[in-house]
Write a protein that binds this ligand. Structure first.
Ligand SMILES: O=C1O[C@H](COP(=O)(O)O)[C@@H](O)[C@H](O)[C@H]1O
Length: 255
């Protein structure tokens, strides 16, 4: 059964010589998906990720030639996860995106939907973001949003978004957003849940660096054990999953 679930959509794997080449390809993918979504549905909805590779991507998108190819006012920006800190904190994902991208390009303020992680109650912040999603996507009670693109990283411990090993969030099936307590960080995180991520039109993982090679091999080619390797829970029944990986992270893969 688990193997069946894993094989529902075969992930596409692209390996790049280095992080710079990967980031250029990611920018091209972003632009292509934005145009496709806008042509089909009149808007492009994206859930952004934290992490170092996305940071370079956001900075790149704000520069030419990418900047002029992007219909900024038809893009709606959401976040896949957030640290439980206010935007004034340098580790806040929204803050990082603001600095690299949102302040640099003409994005209407009303197209930006951040997680209000300054709320001292992380679970209330998650519930509020769930409501924001329900309202924007006009969802009925048991429906999930369908983002055009979800960007994800993967930690060396196998976490993705803020789905950490051993947390209940990995198996959440009904909520859209949850706030797991992450023991290893001694803090809460706020994250989209697996059914939301798995419902996207496209899911794009970025993985760079040799320190992630062993985990990446286990996630893509090892036994299915999402409690230990939460990135494995990202296994949709429809849509597209793409892994953009640099050579350093990919060097143990068989494919
Ligand atoms: O999906 C995500 O993955 C990262 C892992 O980040 P990285 O800095 O190791 O590339 C995670 O921490 C981030 O919050 C998240 O959105």
């Amino acid at each position: 059964m688990q193997e069946l679930i894993r094989s529902q959509v075969k992930p596409e794997i692209q390996v790049f010589a280095n992080a710079e080449a990967l980031t250029q390809a990611a920018a091209a993918e972003f632009v292509q998906q934005a145009h496709q979504a806008i042509q089909a549905r009149g808007r492009f909805t994206i859930a952004l990720s934290g992490g170092s590779t996305p940071k370079s991507l956001y900075a790149l998108l704000a520069t030419q030639p990418w900047r002029n190819q992007i219909p900024w006012n038809q893009i709606h920006f959401f976040w896949g996860d957030e640290r439980h800190v206010p935007p004034s904190d340098p580790s806040n994902n929204f803050r990082m995106t603001q600095e690299q991208l949102l302040f640099q390009v003409p994005i209407p303020q009303e197209n930006v939907y951040r997680i209000k992680a300054e709320n001292p109650d992380a679970k209330a912040a998650a519930a509020e973001y769930e409501q924001d999603l329900r309202q924007f996507f006009q969802l009925q009670e048991h429906q999930f949003p369908r983002f055009d693109l979800v960007l994800l990283g993967m930690g060396a411990n196998g976490h993705t978004a803020s789905l950490f090993p051993g947390t209940d969030a990995v198996h959440e099936q009904t909520r859209l957003v949850v706030a797991p307590w992450v023991e290893e960080l001694n803090s809460y995180r706020i994250t989209l849940t697996p059914p939301v991520i798995n419902n996207a039109v496209e899911i794009l993982f970025f993985v760079t660096g040799a320190e992630k090679a062993t985990t990446l091999k286990a996630v893509l080619e090892g036994q299915y054990q999402p409690d230990r390797l939460p990135a494995q829970i990202i296994s949709p029944t429809q849509g597209r999953v793409m892994w953009m990986i640099d050579q350093a992270a990919a060097h143990l893969l068989e494919t």
